[in-house]
Unconditional design. Sequence first.
Length: 326
Amino acid sequence: MRLTMAAAAVLIASFQATSGPAPLTLVGTIDLPAVEGRIDHLAVDAAGERLYVAALGNNTVEVLDLKRNTHAKSVPGFREPQGIAVVPDAKLVAVANGQGEGVQFIDASDFHPARSVRLGDDSDNVRYDAAAKRLFVGFGGGALAAINPADGTVLGEAKLSGHPESFQLERTGTRAFVNVPGADQIAVVDRAAMKVVATWPVVGARSNFPMALDEANHRVFVGCRRPAKVLVYDTTTGKPSGSFDIVGDTDDLFYDAPRKRLYVSGGDGYVDVFQEQDANRFVRLAHIATAAGARTSLFVPAQSRLYLAVPHRGTQKAEVRIFEAR
């Protein structure tokens, strides 16, 4: 993407921090015993102090006790679990399967199967809108579904131009911003009408998988793999405002609003930390070595913690690494 001086609102200077406290500090690890294969997304139950890990290659959901920093339970019975979300008011956990029925719900108290919702193959990312009490799931060759978690009713489907990857929900509006890498676009979905109201072309990079929303400043950060970049879009205009290089093979990124930071995890074996210096000018604070294949993570703002999923490869055991933001 070639930007004029006026359009280049985001400028990046990359460097390794040489003084002051590290922006992320490793404070603990939790083993994932007997977990093999790829690990996908994570979700936190703040009230229950649990972390749920979608162990895609293991066909299990791993339950971690965050109060004791221990592995609590391995829940079987899934088919390539990918996305995962906690529905606290219904005391459920929603798990999206890459194969099979679609979304399976388990009871958050004892993890027994509650119900399933048939959507189609490749049910992927999941988000819960607590205000509307609606669960949103991206799936199949191109759709975003709205589900009532109380009874499993599918309330509507927005058709997309390709399989959806990460998406983000506005809190002060009804829009969902959806990465559609097969179509090289970001689809904007009206969640009330469940239809696409705009599409923004992704240019300058491809394979737009993860996404983070900074709603207060009207921008969305889009992580791309080819080449490894973050693209920044203005959510009021739908126009790109800049880009910068990141770790390769990213599958999760998060915006830390109080600290004005962006955390990017990549399968190349690093977590990048970017700091906003002033109006849309970022610098790379840290390029933290992790492990090959550790590309999924979860930042929990209330805890100031980043949880990183590390798969078993060679002598590296499967585990979740806990980083604290300073």
